[in-house]
Design a protein around this ligand. Structure first.
Ligand code: CA
Length: 251
């Protein structure tokens, strides 16, 4: 679903809106801009974009509520753009369904890099089918994972729990996939940030504390959707101060 070439900019500041429009256009998107939250939600519904940049401080409804509303019908990759003073709020933004965030002022190439990394991660069954077996890291045949009643097919991007299909965002899916793939090996939060940015695990690029906390928020969202318990997990086990791994197999 969704047009892989459509981008949407929701931003009331004219200069930033035009800057983001240029960056996304250069990245190959057909860009539509909206200057209020309500307009943005409508445009998202109408255009079904693959990428949305979302300003937190909008004149009508705030970015959190916009993200929540868009998530009701869209699995677009949502990047929240926040002022530095609002940095803490980014965590609430991720809780409300955004995938990632950038703090203003940001460098255009940083936004370009985030979007490019995301576009390399397949989004849905149809995207994968179109690429015809192209995705890296899953080269050999089918990638199917089963653990404690959860089944994931990497190729069709589907997850079921006790036979019931879940609707995960691309970010949630990729985090879950990283843990299933690692088995009982611990994935650090930095590992998982790199995974989402499509960087090798051991490249040693700088990962901020805020980036690590964003992984905690995505894991919290994922845990909620799975109906998993942090205290006695069926799937997502927290390794305090380090990261996450798959809970032991049930007997
Ligand atoms: Ca604003």
């Amino acid at each position: 679903m969704g047009d892989a070439r459509v981008g949407l900019v929701i931003e009331d500041d004219h200069d930033i809106r035009e800057l983001v429009r240029v960056v996304l256009t250069q990245a190959g998107f057909d860009v539509t801009a909206a200057s209020s939250g309500a307009e943005g939600v409508l445009a998202a519904k109408e255009l079904d974009p693959a990428v949305i940049t979302l300003d937190l401080g909008l004149p009508d409804i705030d970015g959190f509520e916009v993200a929540r509303q868009i998530r009701q019908f869209s699995d677009a990759y949502i990047v929240m753009l926040t002022a530095r003073a609002e940095e803490l709020d980014t965590l609430i933004g991720l809780e409300s369904g955004a995938d990632d965030y950038l703090t203003k002022p940001f460098r255009p190439r940083e936004l370009r890099a985030r979007v490019a990394a995301m576009m390399r991660r397949p989004r849905s069954t149809s995207d994968v089918a179109e690429e015809n077996g192209a995705p890296s890291g899953a080269a050999n045949a089918e990638s199917i994972f089963s653990h404690n009643g959860l089944d994931m097919s990497y190729d069709s991007r589907t997850v079921t729990v006790d036979g019931k299909e879940l609707s995960l965002t691309r970010t949630e899916f990729d985090l879950l996939h990283a843990l299933l793939e690692a088995g009982r090996m611990v994935r650090t939060k930095a590992d998982l940030v790199r995974r989402l940015r499509d960087e090798p695990y051991d490249v040693g690029s700088y990962i901020s504390e805020a980036d690590e906390r964003s992984v905690e928020v995505h894991m919290g969202n994922l845990r909620k959707k799975l109906g998993d318990s942090a205290q006695s997990p069926r799937w997502l086990q927290t390794v305090r101060g380090v990261g996450y791994r798959l809970a032991p197999a049930e007997h």
